[in-house]
Write a protein that binds this ligand. Sequence first.
Ligand code: DGL
Length: 273
Amino acid sequence: MALKTANKPIGIFDSGIGGLTVAAAIQKVLPSESLLYFGDTLHLPYGEKSAEAITRYSEDITDFLIQKGCKCIVIACNTASSIAYEAVKKRAGSQAIVFNVIDPVAEYVADHFHDKKIGIIATKATVKSGMYSKKINKLNSSLEVSSIATPLLAPMIEEGFFNNKISKTIIHSYLSNIKLKNIKALILACTHYPLIKTEIEEFYKKKISIIDSAQIVAEHIGKELKRQHLLTSKKTIQHQFFLSDLTESFVKSTRYFFKKKISFNRNNLWKKN
Ligand code: DGL
C-alpha cells in the first residue's frame, strides 16, 4: 500500500493533453516536485462518454497512480472532476489526497464576483452534471451561472487545430450563443481550453475576465500540500508520462509544455493479458 509521503510524485490525469495545462502550472508553482502524468488518450474524449464509463476509467487510473506511489491525485479534467470526484476519493481512501479542478475555481469566482452573470464553456458531460453552478451558487447565490456545451473544442485542440481559420470560426460560433450574452466572466471549464485562451480573448476584446483554472488549481494544490507538510525535500526532479495510447499530438504538446527531453510510456491499463 502506498503511503502519503512528501518525496513521492504528484499524480495527474486527464483524457489527453488538456491536463498538461494544469501539469505545467503545477511545475511553475512547485518546481521541485516530480510529476507522474497519465493521459487516457485511448478513451478521449471523456466529454462524450457516459457517467458510468468516465467513473470506471477514473477509478482504474486512480489504482494505477496509487500503485505508482503518488502522494496525491490531481483530476486535471473537468469532466472527470464533475462526474467521478467522489468515486476517485473513495478509491484513493487514505492513500493519497485527491484534488479536483472545480472547487478552487468555484471559490475564486464566488470571492471575486458579485451580482454578475458568469458564463461557462465545457464538455457535454460537465454541463450535464451542473456541478459548476451547484458549487458556485452554494458559495455565492448572487451569481447567475450560464453554461453551454462546446463539444468540438477538445477534439479540435487535441488534433492541433488552434490559432487558425477553422478554430476561429468554431470558437466564434460557440461564443455567439445567446446564453453567453452579457456575461462578465467566462470560465474555461475544460483543461484543454487554455490552449485557445488567446483566441477567446480576441473574441471578447478583453472586455470580460477569462478564467483559466490551471493557475488557480496549481496554487491551491501548493497551499494544501504545504499545509499538510507534503512538499518534497528531494533535490532531483523526475517527471514521468504514461499514455493509454501513444498519440502524436500528446508527444508534441508535452514537448511544447515541458521543453525538455521526455520519454513516454505506453500503458493500456485496460488491455487484458
Ligand atoms: N480536458 C477534459 C476536461 O477538462 C475533457 C476533454 C474530453 O476528453 O472531452 O473536461
